[in-house]
Design a protein around this ligand. Structure first.
Ligand code: SAH
Length: 404
């Protein structure tokens, strides 16, 4: 394949040389030369010295990804095969674990090639493509996946812009079609996965370790509130962990049937739990009026959300959301504060937590911290790739002894 030369502004050469994988438009002097996504690009210094190779693909995050610093390496089937082979080997422990049958086997740049991910669901694979550029290499990826794994079937989702219009297309690409839902296990708990219903398949695998911790250590005998509950995954783990009751709140109508399905799949009578289809912001007001208090509150909002009355952006509004949460949490109760927003880091997130308690004149103690789990591999050169931030915070009454 013909390579296109990309001249990198002197100022940014060091950054790419030290392993930064995302190709950013403002670092390229001749970005107008880029025409066809999927083109292999050769990053060079202004004096023509080789820096790295990658591919051109427009994604919300940038203009493509660096995929090798080796000038002699060609970007062909064997290149993709090698990366997938390594990625699958790294997940050996997951493949062997009978209690967890859903996990990520390829995490974009964390596994050496940015722009796509592959998840495993009990024999079936799902590839998410994030640019037209990477989609150009789809045959290599699918061929390698077929050869390296003993998967039953492969599905894909195209999650990129097409002629200015965002498309989210699901399709079955190879093998035997699955009967939906696919029932997977996560640490012994059952989840229903639908690979044919859009981007969200039923569970966010990146919260696996957080769910397990809640089940093992924080749920027993507790009144649990799960906000932005989606299909109720956190509620199910809390209930299995012995919660006295769970309350799940989500705005989407589908959350009711999906949460019922999840409770039922795990032998829990959903009628003993509360599942509420409502705007969380509205629910907070209601709970405040009724003076409801919870021992454990899970707060995992999307980075951006819009409802009829409220607009939410994690970067701007997380602090206020926390304040509403603190008000309905028992003394000594625990808040699981989580965000998948990549635009701020853990330090800033902890700053929001600190300010929220400070403004209410309350004390707190940090009990646990989580980032992405092991199968969501990340590289230190691309810290924003480790987007998940979860902090377990205990509400204490005494500011002076608790503040750290
Ligand atoms: N915490 C969940 C995932 C949350 S996904 C889990 O780990 O399983 C985000 C969810 O927020 C979606 O289900 C969406 O319907 C819901 N949501 C968005 N805005 C909301 C609002 N204002 N009130 C309640 N739910 C909302």
């Amino acid at each position: 394949m013909k390579e296109k030369k990309l001249i990198i502004h002197n100022k940014f050469v060091k950054k790419y040389k030290s392993g930064y994988p995302l190709i950013e438009k403002e670092t390229i002097l001749n970005s107008d030369d880029l025409i066809k996504e999927g083109t292999v690009v050769r990053l060079v210094e202004e004096n023509n010295k080789f820096i790295a190779k990658g591919y051109y693909g427009i994604q919300n995050k940038g203009y493509g990804w660096v995929i090798t610093q080796n000038e002699k390496e060609t970007i062909d089937y064997s290149f993709f095969n090698k990366k997938l082979f390594n990625a699958i080997n790294c997940r050996e422990k997951f493949y062997k674990d009978k209690n967890t049958t859903a996990f990520r086997i390829f995490n974009g740049e964390g596994d050496g090639i940015g722009g796509f991910t592959i998840d495993y669901f009990d024999g079936y694979y799902l590839i998410n493509w994030y640019s037209k550029g990477i989609y150009h290499f789809k045959d290599y990826v699918i061929e390698a996946l077929k050869n390296l794994s003993d998967g039953i079937g492969i599905y894909e989702k195209k999650r990129f812009d097409n002629q200015g219009k965002f498309i989210e297309e699901d399709s079955f690409v190879w093998g035997k079609e699955a009967e939906m839902p696919i029932i997977v296990k996560e640490n012994g708990v059952n989840f229903a996965i639908y690979l044919n219903e859009g981007a969200m398949v039923g569970v966010f695998l990146d919260q696996r370790d957080v769910r397990k911790k809640i089940l093992d250590k924080y749920a027993k005998g507790k009144e649990v509130l799960n906000t932005f509950s989606y299909t109720g995954a956190f509620s199910i783990f809390a209930a299995v962990g012995g919660a006295s009751k769970t309350t799940s709140v989500d705005l989407a109508n589908r959350s009711l049937s999906k949460t019922i399905e999840h409770f039922s799949l795990n032998g829990i009578d959903y009628e003993t739990q509360d599942i509420i289809v409502e705007d969380v912001f509205h629910y907070f007001k209601y709970a405040g009026k009724k003076e409801l208090k919870f021992d454990l509150v899970i707060l995992d909002p999307p980075s951006f959300a819009k409802s009829k009355k409220f607009k939410f952006s994690a970067a701007k509004d997380y602090k206020e959301l926390l304040k509403s949460t603190i008000k309905i949490t028992e003394d000594q109760g625990v808040i699981v504060a989580s965000t998948n927003c990549a635009s701020f880091d853990m330090k800033k997130f902890k700053g929001f937590i600190d300010q929220a308690f400070e403004e209410l004149g309350k004390g707190y103690k940090i009990l646990e911290e989580y980032r992405l789990p092991e199968d969501f591999r990340t590289i230190k050169e691309f810290r924003e790739g480790n987007y998940l931030k979860v902090v377990f915070v205990q509400c204490t009454d005494n500011i002076s002894t608790a503040r750290r």
